[in-house]
Design a protein around this ligand. Structure first.
Ligand code: FAD
Length: 456
């Protein structure tokens, strides 16, 4: 039997290690803390929750609930630890973070098949035929390891920042000022276009370039040498996710020839192209929210509210989410990963957790659970069976491995990722809650069947 090397003692790593060990595999778990820390972790403990203490909703038939139910049925070790450390939090599962970490550490220490190494891994050996590697080093993967991953996958396949565009409540858009149109009338007119006159554009540009930005935290600087950069820092951006205010500073027409390009967007009211335009893209299937295309930014939230309401049609908009940019290392999973979380080019190396393109604590643990089970199968010379698409776990995997290539960004579990009901059933059942109930019921059935047949 091959050995399994799990890199990262955060959320995905310990779950993967415990799962693989529960199948009788020999596991080495490497964690660099406390020898070297990340910019967000504060302890040397396993399963440290770096920010909130919530593992999201426990309300029946919600997507986060479904994900957790599946994980519980598969015997997730970290969810057991979470359940045992739960604190009152309404409909959410929130934990006492110290107790949670302590319980995870206890499980690892008690397992005879797991050897813990406190070391920073800086090299991945894709030629080692005796080891299955599960890379779960997270969104703040140390620089030497990130460089090593780039060597294996290609430099352009690893993102260091996650950028989020603002989202607006559709019912608060002034539809008399905006219009639906497809650029050059190609395809369906799905985008809402907010047209600017020259004067509106100039005023907007002035406001955007002088608005107050969020101060860059020291850990947000792009890692270069493995060291945490001392504040103050200059943010380093890849061109692809440059904040809109930075693009605007490059020249007064840069936005008009970039994200605010009006070419081909004929306004039906004037029969002409506007001077500039902001495009709004439908955010979810319900079409009750839209995101501002290309408007990732690093402005303070109050400033975003003020400046973005200068966009024609958004004068009274309610923002459901503001734009953000933060450090998040993740691979381009749609081109790199198989459905069993293996690198296509190097199948003995698997990627789990946030690094694989899932987002969130629970999603990272879930990804570790799958990776641990798949790794155990591979270590025993078996072909792992991918989890069914219809389940919440399968939907997350399907998203990261099949998302549209250009737009790939990490995602939480939501109903938008789950397989919708057939058209006929959707027409018959108008009640959304009932539809979700059926989706969950079907997912759990498929999950149980998969569990029954996939035990390595
Ligand atoms: C600042 C911040 C706040 C977040 N807040 C939330 C939140 O509130 N809610 C939420 O659901 N999600 C949040 N996330 C997103 C995500 O859920 C967490 O980052 C989660 O911890 C990811 O789990 P993981 O196991 O993939 O990575 P991690 O939990 O980060 O674990 C990775 C581990 O790998 C170790 N490591 C890194 N490089 C090496 C190396 N070279 N050798 C050995 N070990 C290494 C790290 O020390 C770390 O312990 C946040 C992310 C960040 C960065």
């Amino acid at each position: 039997m091959k050995k399994i090397h799990v890199i990262g003692g955060g959320l995905a790593g310990p779950e993967a290690a415990l799962q693989a060990a529960s199948f009788g595999c020999e596991v080495v778990l490497s964690e660099m803390r406390p020898l070297r820390s990340t910019e967000a972790h504060q302890t040397g403990e396993f399963a440290e929750l770096v920010c909130s203490n919530s593992l999201k909703s426990e309300s029946e038939n919600t997507a986060p609930w479904l994900l957790k139910q599946e994980m519980r049925r598969a015997g997730s070790f970290l969810l057991q630890a979470a359940d045992a450390s739960a604190v009152p939090a309404g409909h959410a599962l929130a934990v006492d973070r110290v107790e949670f970490s302590r319980r995870v550490a206890e499980l690892i220490a008690a397992h005879p098949k797991i050897e813990v190494r406190r070391e920073e891994v800086a090299r991945l050996d894709e030629t080692d035929g005796e080891t299955i590697t599960v890379l779960a080093s997270g969104p703040l993967t140390s620089s030497p390891l990130a460089a090593e991953l780039q060597r294996l996958t290609g430099a352009e396949q690893l993102a260091f920042y996650d950028s989020i565009s603002p989202i607006v409540d559709a019912s608060t858009i002034d539809m008399d000022r905006v219009y639906f149109a497809a650029r050059w009338d190609k395809g369906t007119a799905d985008y809402i276009n907010c047209p600017f006159t020259k004067e509106e554009y100039e005023a907007f540009l002035d406001a955007l370039t002088t608005a107050e930005t969020v101060e860059a935290k020291s850990w947000e600087a792009l890692p270069t040498d493995g060291a945490v950069t001392a504040a103050p820092v200059t943010m380093n951006y890849f061109e692809g996710c440059l904040p809109i205010e930075e693009t605007a500073r490059r020249g007064r027409d840069t936005l008009r020839f970039g994200p605010m390009k009006p070419a081909g967007l004929t306004n039906p009211k004037t029969g002409r192209w506007p001077y500039a335009a902001v495009q709004l893209r439908q955010e979810n299937l319900r079409a009750d929210s839209y995101n501002l295309v290309g408007f990732q930014n690093h402005l303070k939230f109050g400033e975003q509210a003020r400046v973005l309401r200068m966009i024609p049609g958004l004068e009274h908009a309610t923002f459901l989410r503001y734009g953000q940019i933060h450090r998040n290392t993740y691979i381009h999973a749609p081109s790199l990963l198989t459905e069993t979380l293996q690198l296509r080019a190097h199948p003995s190396i698997m990627i789990a957790g946030q690094l694989s393109g899932v987002e969130g604590y629970t999603e990272s643990i879930a990804s570790g659970l799958l990776a641990g089970r798949y790794a155990a199968a591979l270590a025993r010379g078996l072909q792992p069976t991918p989890v069914p698409r219809i389940t919440a776990n399968g939907s997350l995997t399907h998203y990261i491995t099949h998302a549209e290539h250009k737009k790939f960004q990490p995602a939480n579990i939501t109903f938008d990722l789950l397989l919708p009901l057939e058209e006929e059933l959707r027409k018959k059942i108008r009640d959304k809650k009932e539809r979700h109930r059926i989706q969950c019921e079907r997912a759990l059935e498929a999950w149980d069947a998969w569990l029954a047949t996939s035990r390595a």
